[in-house]
Design a protein around this ligand. Sequence first.
Ligand code: PLP
Length: 398
Amino acid sequence: MTYLSERVLQIEEPQTIGMSRKSRELKAKGIDVISLSLGEPDFATPDFIKEAAKKAIDEDYSHYPPVAGFQELREAIVTKLQRDNDLTYQPNQILVSTGAKQSLINVILSLINPGDEVIIPAPYWVSYFEQVRFAGGIPIVVETTMETGFKMTPEQLKENLSDRTKLLIYSSPCNPSGAVYSDQELSSLAKVLRDHPDILVISDEIYELINYGKGHASMAAQEGMFDRTITINGLSKGFAMTGYRLGYMAGPADLIRACDTLQGQFTSGSNSITQIAAITAMKAEVSQLSYMIDAFHRRRDLALSLLKEIEGLVTPTPDGAFYLFPNVKNFLGKRYGDRVMETSTDLCEYLLEVGHVATVPGDAFGIGDHIRLSYAASEDQIREAITRIKKALQNLES
Ligand code: PLP
């Protein structure tokens, strides 16, 4: 017997947050844990954006902002989408929210009726699955593999469509695999979708800036897709502004209106200081942020070269985001004393409790045989963490 609603009881804590909590608990006991479980840049927000936020405080941006976001910010987002993505939106097609996470739930709650099916390629970002279930939708998980670079093929998409399919949600660059869909790959998916005009797409592009050279492609730019794609992006990753909490969506004006109404009842407009800082962020040149991207690139290469030295671990090279997603199949079924590594969750718990490195199990992202390592950490931390992982894995017995 509980007084909690069935709705809330069915939501699970994201395993990413669960791992961070467990590693904090160990740290509080004085254990030196290295965290490679975090989904956020370890950089501070760039100074030129901090200055804009300070100025906003001094200029008394302390009142309720418009629910959809300040007009000047929406215009700056329109300009950004034209400049970087070749997408032509009007300000009334933009809604600013408290993080991309809120943008996502706004869209999902505005589109999904109970029983609607939503295609989610796995590995997927943890909240897609839970948010869809929360809305009464049925997640149709399409497992991708290392062999296809963790990208859903047009054949897989076709096989999983039904007359109840309402939506496809994916991220590119992808959390957790780091996979980046090329223009050509999106075009092949769009070709399938053109035969099913009622299906919408959420294209989560929050890692757009963290891309190591292949170039970013948007689903909304594909033939026939502009009017049925919701492009989601925000400040958290590329601008190192996770705590500022600002995300945005661009899409059909009637959907934006619906999300505006929903958000108006739940949270109202996103933080006004953050919104003013976001205007400066949107106008930034990529060169003002490239020191972070360059550092992530160097760390990716460092982590990859160290992981390659671990026998039995297979680590694909990701093109974006700041995660590695090694395959740990060769270690499943092995044991440490009477502790058996049945699943990637068991393995991550072992790596945390015995190796003192926090990672996230692939189980959390819908693919069991992998673990996610975030390299949003210093090079010294990466070196030490991988040394510990290597030792812990070598200590496992068949
Ligand atoms: N989408 C993806 C793929 C993410 O990885 C995250 C954060 O981890 C988000 C959305 C949410 O971002 P925000 O901090 O803007 O809510």
